[in-house]
Design a protein. Structure first.
Ligand code: NAD
Length: 291
């Protein structure tokens, strides 16, 4: 079994980005600038935004945080987004999700300029992604592709099961892996909460990409020998032996599946660290497109 070390690979990607930034500085080119829009005081969202800002500092990017109270109205937030769209100093920005229930997420994401949409969620970029046209890919699927490529895993003609159909992970990764691209050409099946016979689908698959968020859902007896598991799920479970009182686990029951898989991404330390690295890669791309 080979553990795909997402932490190590993400550091390689961040180091490459850092080298590009140094190269840009030497050539008097603009330093990439990523901004984050954060609404409300949701704990995990603040943690995610802080990690993104920390990663910006690590690679030499500029970063900004636009923080708004949870009482902000949808039209006020749209106004703020339009200001960021025309701020020439900012190359790319993200709107940290989830937004408060009173705000329509779709309306907000549609306002982000497609040229600055480094999350790849704007319908124009999402459509380009689906058509196989070069664009900003959503960061988590992009991170999965980067892991697959850097580990030389060839998906051509492999039976690949994507579990989960969310717009940020399951749907895009299923589209990308079926495309006629160097990282793709897999035979993709998408399973979701209404799918029957999930165990059978898993047993028939060479590669399982799981993005459901149910702790340790995939057990060893659900997979075939020699398969690959890309575990996107992140769940907190109680753990009295840890100081925090909890631990982070993925969708796969690591202990039982590790006896059968050829490759697996651990949780934590697999897909998670790649997501931020790919967001920064998209920001570098957005900045370079303005050169
Ligand atoms: P989501 O929460 O929006 O949706 C979950 C998906 O799982 C749905 O499509 C649903 O149909 C499917 N599902 C639920 N129960 C199922 C079942 N019993 N059988 C089959 N399918 C089932 O999904 P999301 O936002 O993509 O998040 C999924 C998980 O991935 C979460 O744990 C989330 O924290 C994690 N995540 C990790 C990263 C990362 O960077 N590693 C990024 C995004 C999300």
């Amino acid at each position: 079994m080979k553990i795909i070390d997402g932490k190590k690979i993400s550091i390689e990607v961040l180091d490459e980005i850092k080298a590009s930034v140094s190269h840009r500085v030497e050539n008097n080119l603009k330093i990439p600038h990523l901004a984050a829009v954060l609404v409300g005081d949701d704990g995990p969202s603040q943690t995610y935004v802080n990690s993104k800002i920390k990663a910006c500092n690590r690679v030499g990017f500029q970063s900004s945080l636009f923080k708004f109270d949870k009482s902000i109205l949808e039209n006020e937030l749209i106004n703020e987004i339009q200001k960021i769209n025309i701020n020439n100093n900012i190359d790319g920005f993200i709107v940290q999700l989830p937004l408060p229930n009173e705000i329509n997420q779709e309306n907000i994401l549609n306002e982000v300029s497609p040229y600055k949409d480094v999350d790849g969620f704007h319908p124009i970029n999402y459509g380009k992604m689906a058509l196989g046209i070069d664009t900003f890919l959503p960061a988590t699927p992009a991170g999965i592709i980067e892991l697959i490529q850097r580990c030389n895993i060839d998906l051509k003609s492999k039976k690949c099961l994507v579990i989960g159909r969310s717009q940020i992970v399951g749907r895009p990764i299923s589209i990308l892996l079926s495309q006629n691209k160097i990282f793709g050409n897999a035979t993709v099946t998408v399973a979701h909460s209404k799918s029957d016979n999930l165990k059978q689908l898993c047993l028939e698959s060479d590669v399982i990409i799981s993005a459901i968020g149910i702790p340790e859902f995939i057990k060893g007896d659900m997979i075939k020998l020699g398969s690959t598991i890309i575990d996107v799920g992140i769940s907190r479970v109680d753990d009295n032996s840890s100081e925090k009182g909890y631990k982070i686990v993925g969708d796969a029951d690591f202990k039982s599946v590790s006896e059968k898989v050829d490759y697996i991404t651990p949780v934590p330390g697999g897909v998670g660290p790649m997501t931020i690295a790919m967001l920064l890669k998209n920001t570098l791309k957005a900045c370079s497109l303005n050169d």
